[in-house]
Write a protein that binds this ligand. Structure first.
Ligand code: EPU
Length: 422
């Protein structure tokens, strides 16, 4: 397992390109199952999660390969084994989003029930409820979800809200299944995340008939078949937000290429109130901080609210603000594995249920820390850039799941990150 050794404090300055969105790429790769032919995807980042998902698609019978120009080719003509094995699903929960497209394409699917995860309980009851309303018969057997629709799926009116609002991958699953169902489906309380919008645009390019994209009410008129297409995934707003926090934490200035500011209003608004300048600039943006950091109160919410996937990174940032900030997690109330690790670096964070009080400190101090999940690890890397001394971050594979070679991209703009073998 690789380890990062990170020297701080540094000031980041220069230009970084934002890669394609992991959380758009994964459901779009699953969507390729629906096409029954060779789809070509541009901008899919080179990440551990993408490799694991490619392995999963290959187990189903797809051929997946990357060409020299970086495009990902998925040939789903030969899908003949609609089974998502436990061995892969346990490594990556997003595997669940093969369920909808397999049902739509093959009329049956067997996918391991995902287990617990470092960011808390992550049930899939709403996914199953939605698919049942489309007419699927679903049962649990030996830890697997077994779903069948021998006579095909039928359009329905489906409310997909849950105790924490909408569900991103639940919406993806039901949306993909509904594209090939007979008749019209209405999904109410659909997730509005840009990644779901990207998936819907991809499906429409394949011949699906989806309207209401970007709103909580999606209307899908079922079609008989979908055709494989070439498609480019959107830029990763969470990676962009992570780099923005890095610029802010190090009192630096970063120009982000390929950043969709329009998808990041809640984040940009928060950065500005914290005292960080964010300006649009040729399809990207410039983020800079000169003065002190102000405190802020942050509540995570489904889109267009502040994303839970940036909560940890902003907590690291606020730990250097003058005064007390409050962070409330309303999407994954247990997503706080980074709190104890940041405290090891001299942050002053106090957790009360799903709320963390952040008492600002003048400086963070390097320490050995342990990455526990993807975004928590990103927060530790940010803290290490600003901390005095050399921080070692163990279990770097968590970072590799969602950030493509982060050290090779941040070192040219001033970071001092060395990847070591454990
Ligand atoms: N929920 C239920 N029942 C369900 C589904 C979800 O109660 O059937 C609850 C969850 O427990 C959670 C809330 O609803 O409290 C929202 O979960 P959601 O289903 O939206 O999460 P997800 O689709 O499993 C995706 C991203 C996550 C991101 C969340 C929220 C992908 C591959 N994953 O997960 O990304 O945090 O949406 O925005 O798109 C990450 O990239 O680090 C990551 C964890």
């Amino acid at each position: 397992m690789d380890v990062f050794s990170i020297e701080g404090p540094v000031r980041l300055s220069g230009e970084v390109e934002v890669k394609g969105a992991k959380n758009a790429s994964l459901p779009i790769m699953a969507g390729a199952i629906l096409a029954g032919g060779r789809s070509v995807l541009q901008g899919v980042p080179r990440l551990l999660d993408i490799s694991v998902f490619s392995e999963l698609l290959e187990q189903l019978g797809c051929k997946v390969e990357r060409s020299d120009d970086g495009r990902l080719h998925i040939d789903s003509e030969t899908v003949d084994n609609p089974v998502g094995e436990y061995e892969i699903v346990r490594r990556m929960r997003a595997s669940i989003c093969i369920l909808g497209p397999l049902l739509g394409r093959c009329g049956k699917a067997k996918v391991s029930m995902p287990g617990g995860c470092a960011i808390g309980d992550r049930p899939v009851d709403i996914h199953l409820r939605g698919l049942r309303e489309l007419g699927a018969r679903i049962r649990l057997e030996g830890g697997y979800i077994v779903a069948e629709a021998p006579n095909g799926l039928a359009g329905a009116e489906i409310f997909l809200g849950g105790p924490f609002g909408s569900t991103v991958l639940g919406t993806a699953n039901v949306l993909m299944a509904a594209t090939l169902a007979k008749g019209t489906t209405v999904i109410e309380s659909a997730a509005c995340e840009p990644e779901i919008g990207d998936l819907a645009n991809y499906l429409n390019k394949m011949g699906a008939k989806i309207t209401g994209i970007g709103s909580p009410r999606l209307v899908i008129e079922g079609v008989k078949r979908l055709e494989p297409v070439e498609y480019e995934v959107i830029a990763d707003r969470i990676e962009a937000g992570t780099f923005m926090s890095a610029a802010a934490m190090t009192a630096g200035e970063l120009k982000l290429k390929r950043c969709r500011l329009g998808d990041m209003m809640a984040v940009v608004d928060k950065l500005r109130s914290i005292g960080v300048q964010v300006e649009a600039s040729d399809g990207g943006c410039v983020v800079a901080r000169e003065g002190p950091l102000n405190t802020a109160d942050i509540t995570t919410q489904p889109y267009p609210g502040f994303p839970t996937d940036l909560q940890a990174q902003f907590m690291a940032l606020l730990s250097l603000a003058e005064g007390n900030s409050v962070v409330i997690e309303k999407v994954f109330p247990d997503r706080f594995m980074h709190v104890a690790e940041l405290n090891r670096m001299a942050a002053r964070l106090r957790k009360e249920g799903a709320v963390v009080i952040v008492a600002g400190v003048k400086r963070l101090i390097a320490a050995p820390v342990m990455a526990s999940d993807l975004r928590a690890s990103a927060a530790l890397v940010l803290a290490a850039l600003a901390a005095e001394g050399t921080t070692t971050v163990q279990r770097v594979y968590h970072i590799d799941r969602g950030y493509e070679r982060i050290e090779e991209r941040l070192n040219p703009v001033g970071a001092k990150i060395t990847r070591l073998k454990d």
